[in-house]
Design a protein around this ligand. Sequence first.
Ligand code: GLU
Length: 389
Amino acid sequence: MNISEKAGNVAGSETLAISSKAKELKNKGFSVINLSVGEPDFDTPDYIKEAIIKALKDGKTKYTDASSIIELREAISEKLKKENGLFYSPSQIIVSSGAKHSITNILFSLCNPGDGVIIPSPYWVSYVEMVKFAGGIPIIVKTTKGDGFKVSTEMLKNAIVENVKGIILNSPSNPTGAVYTEKELLEITGIIKENNLWVISDEVYEKFVYDGLLHKSIAQFIPENTIVINGFSKTYAMTGLRIGYAAGPIDVIKAAARIQSQTTSNPCSIIQYGALSAMTSSNDFVSNMVSEFEKRRNLIVSSLNQINGMDCPMPEGAFYAFCDVSGVFNEKIKGSSSLAEFLINEAKVALVPGAAFGDDNYIRLSYANSSFDIEEGVSRIKEAVSHLV
Ligand code: GLU
């Protein structure tokens, strides 16, 4: 069968592929430490599970409004006002089957064929494929450790060519952990406004900020240009339940709602009730998890930095260590993909090569895992790479 050119050009998600390889090895009886996919090892809070079970028992198993039940969009509207200082009415919000789905809907709503979309690199693995799938052209803007992995006005200026329509901004960032300050966001708003670009602001890691930092949304300054993306997967440890949302200018949200109504209809009805209970309950679960992750971040970064040839900057947010491993490369292991393969084969440690995120000198390790797994994983890596350098 001849598949379409579009489908042929789309690569599968590398984070998910590596994680399934790790699971497969585990099922075969190997002792595998999986630091690849990013998902909290905490269990979903009971109050969320109970709300979902109750919804099921109450018969909430039928279609809902395509954009979600109104109560959930009202709760999100309230959250955005209270926590982020953003003002969106429920009609400016659409709930989808995970933030990934939200971003795809928004890209489909905004991209004409050939439109350029700026993606600062290192980037989350799916952005490039999503833009291509929506008919756009990814324009990669490289950032480095020296820039704190953040884009500046100057970098954006150089990337703005005729057909550029927008930018995907991700703060806190997956994979680098970079968190834009209010001042840095304000600085880049000038060039965004001047060129009338839209911003897809992916804020799924908003709660995962450390050292007393605060998450800020660029929508605070340029709401008319911005579509805010957020989700429940990370914050409430419910990755498999697939629920996220987008908030933005009404025309964009209405377009996304039309697309969603013709594709998936509404997000899963009973999970919407789980999300509603997450929004309307105390935040203690989230703050406990985040303070635990801060300890694990310190543990993984200091352990990685004890390995010869590795250099891991301290991430300010999210839950990934993004480690420069170029110092361990040799004639055989020349890049991040071959190093990741070597480590899964030799040390049974699964992690994601930086090449998937646009920087081949790095590897990404998720520290949303137990301290035991982090210590064991890094010690296996240390032993394995000692044979390389
Ligand atoms: N966003 C997470 C990660 O980067 C989950 C997997 C995925 O959807 O790519 O590992």
